[in-house]
Design a protein around this ligand. Structure first.
Ligand SMILES: [Zn+2]
Length: 270
């Protein structure tokens, strides 16, 4: 009766060992995430596995020693759940059988260390339901991680000292005048600004970028100091969303930044 309601011990051990097939794995994960009894038992199995993995000698264990170790581990563990106590006997048998089978396979150590790592994760979270959530979150985490990496790459590239910045014109002129380029989305509040041929600002000063709104006073959009080649970039400064811009401007301000422009605009565009 119990076995039809709950996951059989053998399957829980397989689950803990990570030797289940994908279809079984998702079915069991779904059950474990909802069932306290199976979750508790799995937690105890994982802890026992981890303990066993850490003390398991690599050389051949004398006959009987493994069984003695297993009983010691099981009797020493605080099996609070009645459900677990009732099944301790069969657990010892199945676990030692599984271990013997395992130790004959080419990579028992890899699996054992995997079980140890998993047990540590479980002990940290103290809630096996999380493993289900973690599995579901993994693709999302991977996506965020890769997007963050890409953004960081873009950031490094735009701010890099060795990036070559070329402005293209219909008729290229020999005089390189200071120039700024803005890419701005009011709906997302995202802005990317790049500048070229900017002279170095006076000592203690820096350039400040402004969004000139349709209504109201200029909104600060980041400080920048050009590199030796006169190139600079401001990437994703803090700007309120839905700020309709009528234009953009650059002034020279104190290096710490200023809440309002205090000098003449050196670059502007609409
Ligand atoms: Zn259950």
């Amino acid at each position: 009766m119990r076995d039809s309601l709950h996951i059989p011990e053998e399957d829980l051990i397989q689950y803990a060992l990570g030797t289940l097939k994908d279809t079984q794995l998702s079915t069991l994960t779904a059950h474990i995430s909802l069932c306290n009894a199976c979750r508790d038992e799995l937690a105890l199995i994982m802890v026992d596995l981890a303990a066993y993995a850490t003390v398991q000698p690599q050389s051949e264990v004398p006959a009987g020693a493994r069984d003695r170790l297993m009983s010691r581990l099981t009797s020493g563990s605080t099996a609070t759940s009645k459900f677990v106590k009732m099944r301790n006997k069969s657990r010892i048998y199945i676990m030692s059988k599984s271990f013997q089978h395992w130790l004959d396979t080419p990579m028992p150590l890899r699996i054992l260390s995997g079980a140890l790592a998993a047990a540590l994760v479980f002990m940290v979270y103290d809630d096996l339901a999380h493993i289900h959530q973690i599995r579901q979150l993994q693709p999302e985490l991977n996506r965020i991680e890769s997007e963050t990496a890409q953004l960081q790459e873009l950031r490094n590239f735009l701010q890099g000292n060795h990036a070559q910045q070329v402005s293209m014109h219909e008729k290229p002129s020999l005089i390189k005048a200071p120039e700024g380029h803005v890419l701005y989305s009011a709906t997302s509040g995202k802005l990317v600004f790049t500048a070229s041929n900017m002279p170095a600002p006076p000592q203690g000063k820096a350039y400040e970028l402004w969004v000139l709104p349709v209504k109201g006073s200029p909104v600060p959009a980041g400080m920048f100091t050009p590199d030796l080649q006169g190139s600079a970039a401001v990437i994703f400064p803090q700007i309120p969303v839905n700020l309709e811009a009528s234009g953009f401007g650059v002034t020279v301000e104190d290096a710490a930044g200023s809440p309002v422009p205090t000098s003449a605009i050196v670059l502007s565009g609409q």
